[in-house]
Structure formats: C-alpha cells, structure tokens
Design a protein around this ligand. Structure first.
Ligand code: HEM
Length: 540
C-alpha cells in the first residue's frame, strides 16, 4: 500500500482540485459556455481522467498496488531525486534500509508528478527471474537505447529478442575462455606500456599523476589490439581522434546532456532530427567511428584473404562467421563502447580503493612482485594471472564495492511474473548492483567494507561469502549478461598488476572526497595520486 502521508495529500489534490476548478468556473456569473470556455473544461476533464487512471488507479487499485512503496518521496518529484541521484542506483540502498521488505525484496518508486513508477528488485531470487528465466519478457528501455545505439551501433547491447539471440550465438565463440586466453599476452604487453607512460607523464616535481585519463587510453588500446588486431596508440597520443570521440560519448559535455534530455521526452524516431548542437556532434562523431571501423574491417578482411588463419583477435574470428560486414561493424562499435570505459572505470575504482587502503596495496604488491620476478615480460600469460589469487580478490572486491554499471533497467513487453506478482506489460523494472552489493542482509555486517579477503575464505559456500551467488552481479546474469566478462577480468588484473608492481601510491590530497561521475557507467571524476616509481621486478 502507499506509505507516505504526502502521497495521500497529492492524490487528494488530483481527485478533487480539477472538478472543483470546473465547478467554480461554471458557477461564475460572468462565465458562459462559449467555445473557448468549453475547451478549458474539456482540457480539465482530460487531465482529470488521465490522472485518475495513471496516478490514482495505478497507485491504489492497479495490479502492483500491493507492492510496498518506498518512503521518502517528494511532493511533486516523487522519487525522481533517488532515481536520478548523483550516483545512480545507490540511493536505493537508503530506501531499502528504511523499509521492511518481505522475502520477495521488491518495492516501488514513482516518477515526477507520481507518474511512471517502477519496481526495484533487491532479492537474488527475483533478480534471477527477471534476468534469467524470464529474460526475454523484457526489453531495455527503448529511448535511452535508441540514443546509445547512435554511438555504439545496433550490436548486442541495442538488439532485442530473436535478433539478440541470433547475434549472441554468432558472437559468443569469440568470447569463450580459451579465446580470451590467447589475447592475454597482448594485454600484458599493453599494460607494461601503460606503466611506462605513467612514469613519463607523472609530474616530476610533485609526483602527481591523474590516473583516470591514462588508464582510459590504455583500455582503448587494449580493446583495439584484442578486438581489431590494431594498436590505436592512444597511450602515446592523447589527441587521437577515436579517443576524443569516445571521451565525448562517455564523458558528455553539457550540450550532449541537453540533447540527451530532450530526446528522452520526444518520440525515439525524432532523435536524429532534433536541431541541437549535441545532436550534430553525435552525428559527426558516429560517422567518424563508423568510417574508422569500416576501414579496419576492410583491412582485416583483405589480410585474412591473403594470409589465411592466424590472428586470434575478435574481428578475425567474426570475419569467419556468416555475419555481414555491416553486422560486424555494429558489433565492433559495441565492443569499443562497452569494452573500454567499463574496464578503465573499474580499474580506476580499484586503484582508488588501494590508494586509501595502504595495507591491502602493500599485500597485493608483494604477491605481484614475487610472482612477476620469475618471468620475462614475453613469458606472461593467463596462467601467470591465475597464479595471483590476492590480485583476483582485489579486482572482484573493487567491482563489488563500485560496480561500474551501477544500475540497469528493463521494461516488460508482455504479461509476466516476478515472485508470483503479476507484472503487466509496460512495467519498468530496476536492478541496482551497487545497492545489492552493499546489502547487509546478503553480505553481512561488513558489507560496506573493502575486504578482498572475503573472496579467499575457503569456508565460503558462495564465492565472496554472500548468502546467494546472485548477490554479486557486476556483469549481471542470464542471456544478456556481459559477454566480455572473462576479457574484462583478465584485462583489469593485467592493468592492476603492472601498476602496483611498479608504483607505490597514495591520494595526492588525502582529504579529498571521492567524486563519482557518469550516467550509464560510473567512474571517479578524477583520481589524483602521489606516486613513487619502484622500478620493475621482472626478470631481465
Ligand atoms: C569491468 C568491465 C565491465 C563491466 C563492469 C561490464 C558490465 C556489463 C553489464 C552490467 C552489462 C549488462 C548491461 C545491461 O544489460 O544493462 C554488460 C553488457 C555487455 N558488455 Fe560488458 N562490462 C565490462 C566489460 C566489457 C568488455 C571488456 C566487453 C567487450 C570486449 C563488454 C561487452 C559487453 C557487451 C557486448 C554487452 C551486451 C551483452 C548482451 O546484451 O548480450 N563488456 N556489461
């Protein structure tokens, strides 16, 4: 049932004020029912019927009216300050902690004017239903996806239903563990280059380094080599066109944010036609990306014809499937978009956590230096990565505390169920890994503590020691889970290993509060560190 007095007042206003306004106008002696006045009454009537159906009926009598409504709503804004909070998904933690939810762990929040509410799922079992067993009863919210697909193409992230299943089947072989294993030596190589660039870009006088920007160039280079077999060399050239296009897309300027907001209120098909500077920028940028990717596909196809098999990169594998060049182009745009900012943000959060937990930093460095001292750089493989359990624990724990995709949404496209509840088509469902990863009910009293050891406890029945395997979902789960997760975990560990092996670091300003930015993926706005170069421990 509705839980806050404010909501009842709002509903009372909606039910009574429009008819009262009509009656008042009618009673007014100077008021006659001429055409304009009749129109006023009709508009009032239409608004009244709309709010009775979409607000009053939905909240009190609709199929989901039994689901608990979160408290803390605002008079006009409903729960929008929570939905669009500074760190998306995290404000739900406060809402959950202030409610008594039953075993289904489902609650409702509502949008502006108390319209367009959504369900928030917090229990692993219900998340399993929405993302696994009933995955294709939902689609991603069409408007944000239409916007995103202009940048990342119509590949796996933007496709739905049968098209998504077919794409996933075609692309999946390129992401299996044994294929990623082949890419790891290149990840190591680029990670060492990344450490060299850090050494050269650190301010000599202050020993200050801004980590975020450099790691983002490193991950773009890694996805370039691994996905396209092409070194974009953005590590050495921060003005690189591709790097700046992606920076704009994932670190949006105010005009792009304005364009995004406008396209969210207009019908999707109008998006490309809105006369705004943000739109023009995206049109030009997406053309640049498409041209560059098309050129790489053409080059790789020619090379494949000439030399036959050979290269293990993702594009070479896709060129051997039945996908057309146009379909491959969409996938490649998607991999560049999905596979570069995500891993760089995850690595930045991990480094932030290590900078603020010197003991853990010291321990992981010890493990990495002891391990790497047995190898020459060209001998480094996936096996070497797998021989460093504490490093893996640090990466997993960083993704628990700061999952780079903090929240995801789905819209039901058919009648479905969640935990026995009837979910009508059109229902919006929200799942926030950032909140689920911090729930004491799933992770225990130290849920908010950065503690890599929780991943190493042999007595755990579930990795990480939570109560359920789906209490940990940085890559989500089910048919739409991140296809690049093995890739991402390997890449993140290579970058972290080379960084902690070579540098000791702390926050440049220990009093600085972490400021988090981003819309679909989040990252520290910037990460200024004071670093000391310890030199390499690798075998010469
Ligand atoms: C730490 C790094 C990463 C994180 C945290 C991450 C997280 C995620 C999440 C949460 C989703 C699901 C989004 C949703 O449905 O709302 C996703 C999807 C996806 N990710 Fe990742 N990702 C990472 C790295 C990568 C990499 C390196 C690649 C590719 C090389 C990649 C490719 C994809 C693709 C293609 C999808 C769409 C899958 C589908 O719908 O079938 N991701 N990722």
């Amino acid at each position: 049932m509705l839980s806050t007095p404010r909501t009842h007042v709002w509903m009372l206003c909606l039910v009574t004020l429009p008819p009262m306004a009509s009656v008042y106008l009618l009673k007014n002696s100077h008021y006659d029912l001429s055409t304009p006045n009749l129109l006023v009454h009709l508009v009032i009537l239409a608004l009244w019927l709309f709010s009775m159906n979409n607000i009053v009926y939905e909240h009190y009598f609709g199929p989901l009216s039994d689901v608990p409504m979160a408290g803390g709503d605002w008079f006009v804004l409903g729960h929008t300050p929570y939905i669009f909070g500074n760190i998306q998904g995290l404000p739900y933690l406060k809402l959950v902690n202030n409610m008594k939810l039953d075993h289904r762990g489902v609650f409702r929040v509502k949008g502006i004017f108390h319209l367009g509410g959504q369900l928030v799922l917090t229990a692993p079992e219900t998340i399993n239903e929405a993302l696994n067993s009933h995955c294709y009863d939902y689609v991603k919210p069409p408007k944000p996806i239409a916007f995103l697909s202009r940048i990342i193409g119509n590949g796996l992230i933007a496709s739905e239903m049968a098209e998504h299943k077919a794409q996933r089947k075609a692309v999946w072989p390129a992401f299996q563990g044994h294929m990623i294993r082949e890419l790891v030596p290149d990840m190591w190589r680029k990670s060492f280059e990344f450490a060299d660039v850090i050494a050269s870009e650190t301010d000599r006088e202050t020993a200050m380094l801004e980590f975020n920007g450099i790691v983002s160039r490193a991950t773009l280079d890694i996805i370039g080599v691994s996905a396209f077999g092409k070194d974009f060399q953005t590590l050495y050239n921060s003005d690189n066109r591709l790097a700046s296009v992606y920076k704009k897309a994932f670190d949006p300027t105010p005009d792009i944010i304005r364009y995004f907001a406008t396209s969210m209120v207009l019908p999707s098909f109008m998006g490309p036609w809105i006369p705004m500077s943000g739109n023009r920028k995206i049109t030009v940028d997406s053309m640049v990306m498409k041209e560059q990717c098309a050129q790489l596909i053409a080059e790789n196809r020619a090379a494949l014809k000439e030399s036959g098999d050979g290269r293990p990169d993702i594009l070479s594998l896709l060129l051997k499937t039945d996908l057309s060049d146009e379909e491959i182009l969409d996938q490649m745009l998607t991999f560049l978009g999905a596979g570069h900012e995500t891993t760089s943000s995850a690595s930045t959060f991990a480094v932030y956590l290590l900078a603020t937990h010197p003991d853990i930093q010291h321990r992981v460095r010890k493990e990495v230096r002891e391990t790497l001292s047995k190898y020459r750089p060209e001998e480094l493989t996936m096996q070497v990565l797998d021989s460093m359990p504490y490093l893996a624990a640090v990466a997993s724990e960083a993704l628990r505390v700061w999952p780079t995709v903090p929240v995801t949404s789905r819209v039901a496209v058919k009648q479905t169920t969640i935990a026995g509840l009837n979910i009508p088509p059109g229902t919006h469902v929200s799942i926030a890994p950032i909140t689920i990863h911090r729930l004491e009910s799933l992770w225990g009293k130290d849920a908010l503590v950065f503690n890599p050891d929780r991943w190493l406890d042999p007595s755990n029945t579930v990795p990480g020691g939570s109560t359920h395997p789906l209490a940990y979902i940085p890559f989500l789960t089910g048919p739409r889970a991140c296809i690049g997760q093995v890739f991402a975990k390997a890449e993140m560990r290579c970058l972290l290993a080379t960084y902690v092996e070579r540098f000791q670091f702390e926050m440049f300003d220990p009093n600085e509060e972490l400021s988090v930015a981003g819309v679909i993926t989040i990252k520290p706005r910037e990460l200024k560190l004071r670093i000391t170069d310890l030199g390499s421990s690798l075998k010469a």
